[in-house]
Design a protein around this ligand. Structure first.
Ligand SMILES: C[S@@+](CC[C@H](N)C(=O)[O-])C[C@H]1O[C@@H](n2cnc3c(N)ncnc32)[C@H](O)[C@@H]1O
Length: 296
């Protein structure tokens, strides 16, 4: 996990040389889910489903009161908000994301929650300066968007530090969204959302690669956990989450030639997924998330 080398204790602000605004020509935006209000709402819904697992994961990893924590790929700020709670009023959370716009939403949410211990900076996880004094580097669903996860700067910086925590949670689409018992729409959904191997875009099995990634970054072998949100009945939020994920992915899937909008009928997808599960008194399973953590 290495990148642009830097002086100690310098978390570069938005206009500094390691900022994405200064991304070298040819460095593509690999965030396949797009950058829109819809995507921001999807991230918040996603956190309602996965947040309880993330809380358990971060607690198991040892995030505790008074810590100074770096959250990479903060998005709408859900992990940063969780970290603020765990680190408490004596702690400090620094969040970073390449998307300066979504950080405005993250800042507003942190303000609304009353936290004054959280700050956000625009920055690329590959080239972020690691402040020398952080106790932990954390990220969720972010390494999967980077071409060289073992090269992420903050975690490699942490490998040089004694007693630091590195903790990442990433997707495992080897267990994609599905229904039990399955039905034709959920089967179709799996085909839409499982791109053929080698397709450019996020790594669908990043979660399964975390163990190796930690070793490649010279971090101690991590402990692992794997979680799958699942539920049924009319009020299960998974149907909306899956439909909103397809909505965000739609332009990307269209570019790949994987779907036609008229086949998806996005505005009725949530209701049809719900009906398929309820008709069978079944359940819906969401994609698995793998967490890996180690202490240097
Ligand atoms: C799926 S969202 C996850 C947001 C948040 N971590 C969460 O769990 O709710 C991924 C976020 O990572 C950001 N991202 C993608 N590649 C990045 C990179 N190289 N450096 C920093 N952030 C990145 C995206 O802009 C996006 O906001």
């Amino acid at each position: 996990m290495g990148g642009c080398r830097h002086e100690r204790a310098a978390f570069r602000p938005a206009d500094a040389p390691c900022d994405p605004a200064n991304t070298p020509p040819g460095t593509a935006d690999t965030y396949a889910l797009g950058r829109s209000d819809t995507e921001t709402r999807r991230l918040i819904l996603q956190h309602q489903l996965y947040g309880p697992f993330t809380r358990q994961f971060l607690t198991a990893a040892g995030i505790t009161a008074g810590m100074r924590v770096l959250d990479v790929g903060s998005g709408a700020g859900d992990v940063a908000l969780l970290l603020a709670e765990l680190a408490g009023p004596q702690g400090k959370v620094v969040g970073a994301d390449t998307n300066a716009e979504i950080l405005e939403m993250a800042r507003a949410r942190v303000r609304a929650a009353g936290w004054t211990t959280v700050v956000f900076h625009a920055g690329d996880v590959m080239r972020l300066e690691l402040e020398g004094t952080v106790d932990a580097v954390v990220g969720r669903w972010v390494l999967q968007y980077t071409p060289d996860p073992a090269g992420a700067e903050p975690a490699s910086g942490m490998a040089q530090q004694r007693g630091g925590i590195v903790a990442f949670q990433e997707i495992d689409l080897s267990s994609p969204a599905r229904a039990y018992p399955t039905g034709p729409l959920h089967d179709q959904l799996m085909r839409w959302t499982t791109p053929p191997p080698g397709t450019p875009g996020p790594d669908p099995e990043m979660g399964l690669k975390l163990f190796t990634t930690f070793l490649e970054a010279d971090l101690p072998a991590p402990q692992l956990r794997r979680d799958v949100p699942l539920g049924g009945g009319p009020n299960w939020p998974g149907y909306a989450y899956v439909a909103e994920t397809v909505r965000s992915l739609l332009p990307f899937l269209q570019r790949l030639g994987a779907v036609r909008p008229e086949d998806v009928d996005i505005d009725t997808l949530e209701a049809r997924l719900r009906a398929e599960v309820i008709d069978q008194d079944g359940i819906q399973l969401l994609p698995a998330i793998v967490g890996a953590w180690s202490r240097t």
